[in-house]
Every structure is written in C-alpha cells, then in structure tokens.
Design a protein around this ligand. Structure first.
Ligand code: ANZ
Length: 819
C-alpha cells in the first residue's frame, strides 16, 4: 500500500472546500441565538518573517472547535484577516524605498497561503485588512464619533525624540543602556521632548472598564492585569503649607498637595518628595541647592516612568532646602525631589512615610531621614519599639494623637473627615490609567480626518471618508518630529471643511496600530458594507464574540482599547451589548526544543511550512494540539511530531482492511461510545490533547481486528474530522459517503454503552460456588479479592477460619481456600 499520501490528499480537499465554499457563513434567521457562535482569533500582523508556530496553535484550537460546532448544527462565524498598518513595513520602506503597501500586501499573500495550507475553515469571503481604504474608512468614522463626543483632544506630551534620526520613536524602539536611552535603530542618543499629540479620553471609561470585567469569562490573571493597569485606588489629597521662612519666595507660594492612600499615616510623614518636574520646584529651591537640583532635573528627563518606578532601584534625590508643615503636628519637614515620584500620577508630590512604605524607607535610609512608627501590629505592641523594616500592612494607629488605637481602616476614614473639616484635604479616587496617546508621527497608518483652520480643528465630512493616504516619494521623517505626510504640500493644504473657503491644513499625524485592531471583529460581521461599519441586524445576530483566543501578550493594551471603543459604540447605540468578548482563552507559548524561547539567534525557530511539507498539515495540526494543554507553555519536540505523523499513517493504513457491515464486537463497540463521549466533552472544553489520546486508543483497538466494522469506522472518521480534516474527508469518500465529512453530523453516543460492561464472577469457598457478584469487565485481581471477601454470604463461610490461599481468575472466579 501507498504511504500516507498527505500532500495529495491535503491539496485535493483544500481545493474542494475552496471551490464549494464549504465554510461560507450566512445569517440564517431560522437558527436561534443559542445555536450561533462567533469564534475569533487574534489576527496576525503580516510580518516579513511569515507565520510562526505560535500562530497555528490558537488557530488550530479554534478551527477544531468551530468544525465541531458546525457538525453539531451550530451556525458559526469564524473569520480571519490582517492587522496590516504598522512600523516594520514603514521602517523597511525607509531603508529600501519600497512602498509599505507593496511589502505589506506581499506579506499578506504569503500569510494567507500559509494559513490556507493548514486547512482552517475560515469564511474567506469575510477577510479584512486594516490598511485597505474600505476598512480604514470606518476606523476614521469611529474616530470622528470619538471626537464629536469630546473623547479626542490635543495635548503636549513628552515623547522620545532622536536628533540624529530626526524622528519621534515609539517606546519599543528605545533601548535602555548604561549611556542612557538610545535608539534601537542606529544606537543614537534619544531624549524626551514635549510634542503635540492626539489623546483619547479612555480615563472617562475607567470605572466601566473595571466593572465590566466581573461578568466576563476570562482568565483571572488577565482580569487582574487589566485591573492593575486601570489601577483604581482610594485615598485623600492633603495640603501641606510651606514653612514661610524656609523658602526664597516667602509666604506667597501655594500649598503643596499630595495624594496618599494612607491618610492614617499622616503622623508618620517625616519629609516630602516632589517629582523633579513639579512646577513648584524652581520656586522653593534655595539658591545653595539650585545647581544640584537643576542637574538632577536634567538627568530625570532621560528616564522612562517604568524605569523610575522600579521598586528595587537604588533611590536618588536632592534636598530643595525648603520645609513644609505637617498639618497634624505642625512639625517642619524637609522637601526633597526624587525621580521615584512621577509627575503624571496623583498630584506629583507625596508625603513620605518611611515607616510604612517600602520606597520611602529605602529613601530615608539612604539619606538618613527620620523614620517614625505610626502603625502597630496589635494594641499590645509597645509603640516606642523601633521598626526593623518598613511595615506596609494595616494594624492599629500609634503615635498619632487623638487617633491612637484605631484600626487602619477606621483611622483612614477619621483622619480624612478631620482633614475635610479643617479644609486641608479631601477624599480622592485615583487611577493609574492614563489617557491614550493616539497619534503617531508616521506615514503607514490611518490619517486622522481633521483639518486645522486658524487654530481650530474641523472634521472631514463623513461623505468625504475615507481620507486616503497620499502617495509619497520618501518615507524618511521630516526631521521636525512631524509625520512624513507634513512634507506632502498638495495633500496637507486644503480648504477648511466648514465651507468658509478659508485655507486649512490637514492633521499630519496618523493613528497607532492599535486603532485598526480595536474593531475588526465588527467588520467581519459585514465586511463589504459601503454605508455603515456593519449592518445593525447582523451585529445583533452575532455579537458578542463567544470565544476569543490569542496570546497573553495582548492582555492589557489591545483588549482594553477594544473594550473602550466597544463601550463608546454601545453608548452611541451602534452595538447593543456593552462588552465585545464574552470569553477569552490564552494559548500557552510554544518554546523551542529544549524548553528555551524560540529565537533566530538560538537557531531553534521552527517554520510551519517545513513541517507541512514534510509531515502534512494534519500532522502539524494534531501535533500542536497534542503537545499539551492549550493554555500551557510547552516545548517543541520533533520526536513528538513524528509520533503524531505515525498515528495518522496508522489511521491511513487501516484502510487496507475491508469495511464490513457486520456488527462490531462488544468491546470495540463500548470503546467507540466511550471515545465519542470523551472526544465530545474534551473538544467542547478545548482539551484537544486528551481527545486525541482517546482517538489513539480506539485506533489501537481497531488494529486488533481483520476488518473495519462500518458502525465504528464511520463515526470514528467524523470524530477525526475537526482534527485531521483532510484525511477525514478522504477516508469518508473511500467508504462511499457523500462529501464533505466536514459538515457531517457529529456522532452520538449511547450513555449505557459508555459504562463499563458488567460481568458475573463466581465466588467459591473451597471450590464450592457460594455466591455470585457483578463487576465491571476487566476488574483487577486485588479489587476482585477485596470485594469478594466483603460479600455477606462468603463471610458466613470464611468467618473464624484460617485462610490458606485465594485464587483469583479475572472476569471468572474468586476461590477462598480455608481450613
Ligand atoms: C503616604 C503613604 C504611606 C503611602 C504608606 C503609601 C503607604 P497607589 O496605591 O498605587 O495609588 N504616591 C502618590 N503619588 C505618587 C507619585 N506621583 N509617584 C510615586 N508615588 C506616589 O499608590 C499611592 C501611594 O503611592 C500614595 O500613598 C503615595 O504614598 C505614593 F504607608 O502616601 B502613600
């Protein structure tokens, strides 16, 4: 017999599915809501490197799941597309002069072919690419809606800027080096410069983004990451007056306001720290400290917030020379500046409580500032006993005047009310979440559809969308920090859209790559609609996405941005559910052979094309599922892949046996039903690895016979179909069933047959039959002996006797020899 001819089989059936549009999906109104499923993959960025083995992992899992659902009669929406704007294509264009559209579209063609070669059941009629005009038309449309709602605004934001390259850099293009921050490209120095940016007011949705998480069926770890990112905290803003004779400007300066989550520790505030960028710094610094302060401020500009907030970092700082007054005890406390205080959070200033905050403790120890205990573990603890380490945990207030003895929560509330009564503080809620910097000084992105006229912005009218990217000669940045679009005079200069005939200037910043991926799941629903981003009825039909599968690297940004846009669209009445993704599953990372990360430098990158060429797409699919649980990280193993290939080869070779219409024997039949039950259950749970093991067991059993009983073989092919769809189609055709197996009904199991077969075992005492017992076939010797010894009738005969020996013949008898 011919070796398993995977390559012919796979080409044949891929052509069949394509020609017959087997997986085209329509909004069939007769299918009730409970029998519709929207299963979404995170669409790829079409990089020059092509597909890597991480892509097919999630894609195979969703594909198996979708095929399984279809066979069970569900109407399934399962689309694919490309996240095709972005930096690499633009950088390549800068280096080679090739239009990013050209490279991007070539990459898309390659990706599409690679994906098709794996036999995924996407409805390709719904493919979208975010860089296409008929797609970004609607990205721009959504932007205008955001703008109309006051959710888009302009601000001056410090951005990484590289003098040598003449351009703004994204965070991921900046490397932290011992010589300060440098550009990834060319290793040039970079610095932060304030630049005009478009911002989206995501902070306005902070509470809803937080609350919405509760009802979602997402991994708890991802929800926790989103919660931390939003970072809601409750505390108080407290004003500290300056000690007038310690500051150069005398008593004319405003108070310093701090944000604290621990107002209960106010008595332990022994100094204050301002962010180096705090506007009061130059005014309170005494002349003797001015040089040091200035040097420190300059150095802080080179550091990112992330670096500055690093907990373990050695603390640095400079004394301003000025003092403030602690409002609870009138003590004068020194005011320092340090870069661990971020200007962008709270008020950009803190009261430092070194006894109960780890960073303050590190700072106080470094600069020999006083440390005071104001929270004790218990009411019995000696308030004067010194702290040996910072103690952030709650407890009971001590050394805190009238508030002594209060548990932390009560102390917080009482001190906050006291501050409010005194008019020097108020209860405050803060968020870590910042507004979203939404503009990029780049060519290869969606143009922002606004025109500036005499200092005001006007929207490009909806009927003039899409505002298309002009063709340019050069992708190199302008050197001014503006996008290359700024150099295209004929595009930039236009008439003001207000009809006044005044000259206008187009916005030259483009949108970030996140924009297109914020709403692609909506466009799949109605990808060719010319009049709306999607038909409301069709959205109602499919939304929300029932299952979204992808890598955990998108845990925060993409998923938060998409949820934000979705909620805005919900408020506008465009969608009718307020969360886009009901259930989320993260696939585990695939590591290289040996358990290390796959990387070019280690030379351990596996190319899916090679695997498909050598072992076939079905082997690749089953192997990626058989490696281990979907959600877990797991190393690649070529040996494992070969094992899976052999399994499929064994399935293929079973066809050497004649198919018989005769009923299968009892054992085989029971195993079949158990297999159907397990594969059904496991596929539903996305536990593909264990479903595959069960199919392997059934195949081994089939090898024990000389024929293939149709009553087993036919349902087995159906079970195999979502997993190895090409091979299953071929086997299906071989037994004369009408194609396609992909849409054949899923097999049913008989619950009774999934129970173990019961067998009657004879129980003897000294060779005489005394009782009988029902046990599952195949029960082991030890179990048989124990159960038999507990039989009431047998106990009558063996009680008080000496046991000589016990003879156990599985599935037949147990004989007790007694004296
Ligand atoms: C006094 C204090 C005592 C604090 C104590 C903590 C523990 P979360 O919970 O993350 O919101 N903080 C405030 N603004 C800051 C800024 N701009 N840069 C760096 N740190 C800042 O953190 C709030 C706490 O972080 C605040 O409460 C403040 O320190 C510090 F036993 O005030 B706390």
């Amino acid at each position: 017999m011919k070796k398993y001819p995977f390559s012919e089989i796979e080409k044949k059936w891929q052509r069949y599915w394509e020609e017959n549009r087997t997986f085209r999906t329509e909004e069939d109104p007769s299918v009730p809501k409970e029998r519709r499923r929207y299963v979404l993959d995170m669409f790829p960025y079409p990089s020059a490197a092509g597909l890597h083995v991480g892509h097919p992992e999630g894609y195979t899992a969703t594909d198996i799941y979708c095929r399984f659902l279809r066979m069970r009669g569900f109407n399934v929406l399962h689309p694919m597309g490309f996240d095709s704007f972005g930096l690499p294509a633009e950088n390549y264009a800068i280096q080679t002069g090739t239009h990013p559209r050209k490279t991007t579209e070539e990459n898309i063609d390659r990706f599409r072919e690679q994906i098709k070669n794996l036999g995924f059941s996407y409805d390709w009629d719904r493919e979208v690419s975010t860089h296409k005009e008929d797609y970004y038309h609607w990205t721009q449309w959504i932007f205008l809606k955001l703008w109309e709602k006051g959710l888009a605004y302009v601000a001056e934001i410090p951005m990484w800027y590289c003098e040598e390259l003449g351009t703004v850099l994204a965070n991921e293009e900046v490397l932290t080096t011992p010589d300060g921050p440098r550009s990834e490209r060319g290793n040039h120095p970079v610095e932060r410069r304030p630049l005009r940016q478009w911002m989206l007011r995501i902070t306005e949705y902070a509470d809803r983004l937080l609350e919405g998480l509760d009802a979602l069926d997402w991994p708890e770890s991802i929800k926790a990451m989103q919660r931390n990112w939003i970072g809601r905290s409750e505390g108080a803003n407290v004003r500290f007056a300056l000690a007038p004779d310690t500051v150069p400007a005398g008593g004319d300066l405003p108070d310093i306001e701090v944000y604290t989550t621990r107002p209960d520790t106010l008595f332990g505030a022994t100094y204050m720290v301002l962010a180096p960028e705090h506007p009061l710094v130059p005014q309170i610094t005494i002349p003797e400290q001015a040089d040091q302060v200035q040097t420190y401020i300059t150095a802080a500009r080179l550091k990112s917030d992330l670096e500055r907030s690093e907990l373990s970092r050695e603390k640095t700082g400079v004394f301003t020379g000025a003092f403030a007054i602690n409002p609870v005890n009138q003590e004068q406390i020194p005011i320092w500046i340090s870069d661990y205080i971020l200007i962008s959070y709270g008020t950009g200033a803190i009261m430092a409580v070194p006894g109960h905050d780890e960073r303050d403790w590190a700072f106080a120890t470094q600069f020999e500032l006083p440390i005071r205990k104001v929270v004790a573990r218990s009411l019995q603890e000696d308030p004067e006993e010194l702290l040996e380490a910072p103690r952030p945990e709650p407890g009971f207030s001590v050394n805190s005047g009238a508030f002594d003895g209060l548990p932390t929560e009560d102390a917080k509330a009482r001190i906050t009310s006291w501050l409010e009564e005194q008019g020097i503080g108020k209860k405050t809620v803060n968020y870590k979440l910042r507004d979203w910097i939404f503009s990029r000084q780049r060519y290869w992105g969606e143009p922002i559809p606004l025109v500036e006229c005499e200092g005001e912005y006007y929207p490009v009218p909806y009927d003039q969308l899409p505002l298309t990217l002009p063709e340019v000669e050069k992708y190199t940045p302008t050197g001014t920090g503006e996008s290359p679009l700024a150099a295209v005079e004929s595009w930039v200069n236009c008439e003001c859209p207000d009809g006044s005939g005044r000259p206008g200037r187009r916005e030259t910043n483009t949108m970030p790559q996140w924009a297109g991926s914020c709403w692609y799941y909506l466009r799949y629903i109605d990808p060719r609609n010319q009049n709306a981003l999607a038909d409301p009825e069709k959205m109602e039909y499919w939304l929300p996405v029932d299952l979204y599968v992808g890598g955990a690297e998108h845990a925060v940004l993409h998923l938060l941005y998409a949820r934000f846009w979705h909620k805005v669209l919900y408020d506008l009445g465009i969608v009718t559910c307020d969360e886009p993704f009901a259930r989320l599953v993260n696939q585990g990372m695939i590591l290289g052979e040996g358990g290390v990360k796959m990387s070019k430098s280690l030379g351990n990158v596996i190319n899916p094309d090679d695997v498909v060429a050598r072992y076939g797409a079905d082997s690749m699919r089953i192997y990626e599922m058989f490696m281990g649980p979907l959600r877990q990280e797991k190393p690649w193993s070529t040996q494992g892949l070969v094992g899976v290939y052999r399994f499929l080869d064994r399935v293929w070779r079973l066809t050497e046996r004649p198919v018989t219409e005769e009923a299968p024997d009892e054992t085989l039949l029971r195993l079949l039903h158990k297999t159907i039950r397990k594969v059904t259950h496991d596929t539903d749970e996305l536990a593909m690895n264990t479903a595959i093991s069960q199919m392997m067991i059934l195949v081994n059993e089939l090898y024990k016979g000389d024929t293939l009983p149709r009553a087993v073989w036919d349902p087995f092919i159906r079970l195999l179909s979502p997993y190895a769809p090409h091979l299953a189609e071929e086997l299906w055709e071989m037994i004369g069933n009408p194609a396609p197996a992909s849409l054949a009904p899923w097999p049913q199991y008989d619950e009774a047959l999934t129970q173990d077969e019961q067998i009657t075992v004879v129980l003897q005492v000294n060779g005489k039959v005394r009782a009988r017992m029902e046990v599952p076939a195949g029960t082991d010797k030890a179990t048989l002996q124990t159960s038999a010894a507990q039989n009431a009738r047998i106990q009558e005969f063996i009680e008080g006797k000496e046991m000589v020996k016990v003879i156990v013949v599985p599935d037949k008898l147990v004989n007790f020899v007694v004296r």
